[in-house]
Design a protein around this ligand. Structure first.
Ligand code: 0O2
Length: 238
């Protein structure tokens, strides 16, 4: 059945595995964030966004590829119905995070698109992982596709602006604007590299100077330190 003719109820049912997959990936990312923070004493992830592609966008993407806009085709041909975007401060962190994701059990890595090593002609830079993860639904386990995009704050800034312009100016962005966007992408690449170097220097200075703060950043995992912490819980149980 064509997506545009489906009821809201049927659409919600079709999207259920994808929203469950997003919850699972989000949980993985939170764990990775905590682990990296515990190991490096700094959080490499600036923010994470998750989104389900709107049915109208799914239909448009299928039609652009000359396919009928049905759920079956969406499941088969669209890899980014469920999308997770991880935005970090520094370029090197992208590969650290990607490597941890690659090592997660149960995840199938279907395809990697490294638009950082090989930017798109329009200047787009980002690291894309097309994965499949097992999700348990009422009728059994199924592998669900998720696209994970990992990029720096600066790359994200560029992509947001370009996306906005592209949607406003479809089908064609004027040549002058395209050329300016490419220039901005090149500048952003330089800024990312400089910031990366700056961060490395700061970390070296910190490692030389700062005495380690003992136990200061793990206290949030424990209940507030009171003499009678355990006592309080026992009292509540009685
Ligand atoms: P939206 O609105 O973000 O959901 P495709 O190239 O899309 O036909 P595929 O294999 O799905 O094929 O692509 P890819 O390269 O992994 O890109 C998927 C998503 O990456 C896009 O989804 C965008 O979010 C982002 N992306 C890819 N190229 C560009 C680009 O040139 N500029 C910007 N701003 N984002 C890009 P959608 O469906 O295009 O859009």
């Amino acid at each position: 059945m064509l997506i545009e003719n489906m009821s809201n109820h049927d659409l919600r049912l079709a999207m259920l595995p994808y929203s469950s997959a997003l919850k699972v990936v989000n949980m993985y990312v939170e764990t990775i964030e905590e682990e990296l923070f515990a190991n490096r004493r700094s959080n490499p992830i600036e923010h994470v966004k998750v989104r389900l592609k709107r049915p109208s966008s799914i239909a448009r993407k299928l039609e652009k590829r000359g396919l009928e806009a049905t759920v079956d085709n969406a499941v088969k041909y669209i890899d980014d119905i469920a999308g997770v975007r991880i935005v970090c401060l520094f370029q090197d962190d992208i590969y650290v995070i990607a490597n941890v994701i690659k090592s997660l059990p149960n995840i199938r890595i279907v395809r990697i698109k490294d638009y950082i090593k090989e930017p798109k002609d329009n200047g787009y830079r980002s690291y894309h992982m097309h994965i499949e993860i097992p999700v348990r639904m009422l009728d059994g386990e199924q592998f669900v596709k998720v696209e994970i995009q990992i990029r720096t704050v600066a790359m994200d800034f560029w992509a947001s602006v370009e996306h906005k312009i592209r949607y406003k100016k479809e089908p064609e962005i004027p040549d002058k604007i395209s050329a300016d966007l490419i220039k901005c992408a090149n500048l952003i690449e330089k800024i990312d590299s400089k910031m990366q170097k700056l961060n490395k220097k700061i970390m070296e200075l910190e490692a030389d100077e700062a005495p380690e703060e003992i136990h200061s950043d793990i206290t949030s995992y424990f209940p507030e330190e009171k003499e009678s912490g355990f006592e309080d819980i026992k009292k509540k149980k009685r």
